[in-house]
Design a protein. Structure first.
Length: 122
């Protein structure tokens, strides 16, 4: 039999007693515990009054696809795709030009100057 110090023996006994105490505590805690009743298939309505809520604003933004490399033709193609794919019918009604449409110039009166070669008719 290997030589065991008094401290090692006491440590083993302490660990075993602690494990036993935790086991008994867990069993006592679970004694009388009832499983919750399962949810019904159809939830019970809290109210039968329905309040109309407008849909959220939905659209497409140019930045994730094109960063600042956009012009009229790119945006026109994406807008046409929004309509032809059925997304416009599903509620996607906005086209957000995030960046790239304005080059930072202003007219003498302070209004934004638009490059008409990139944005004809602007």
């Amino acid at each position: 039999m290997p030589h065991t110090s008094a401290g090692g023996w006491a440590r083993r006994v302490t660990v075993r007693l602690l494990a036993l105490a935790l086991s008994l505590t867990g069993m006592t805690t679970l004694h009388g515990y009832e499983l919750p009743t399962p949810l019904s298939v159809e939830p019970t309505a809290v109210s039968t009054t329905q309040v109309p809520v407008p849909p959220p604003s939905m659209g497409w933004a140019s930045w994730n696809s094109f960063a600042s490399s956009i012009d009229f033709d790119v945006i026109k193609q994406q807008t046409d795709a929004l309509v032809s794919s059925g997304m416009a019918t599903a509620g996607y009604e906005y086209v957000n030009l995030d960046d790239g449409w304005w080059q930072g110039d202003r007219n003498a009166d302070g209004s934004i100057a638009v490059d008409e070669t990139l944005w004809p008719g602007a």
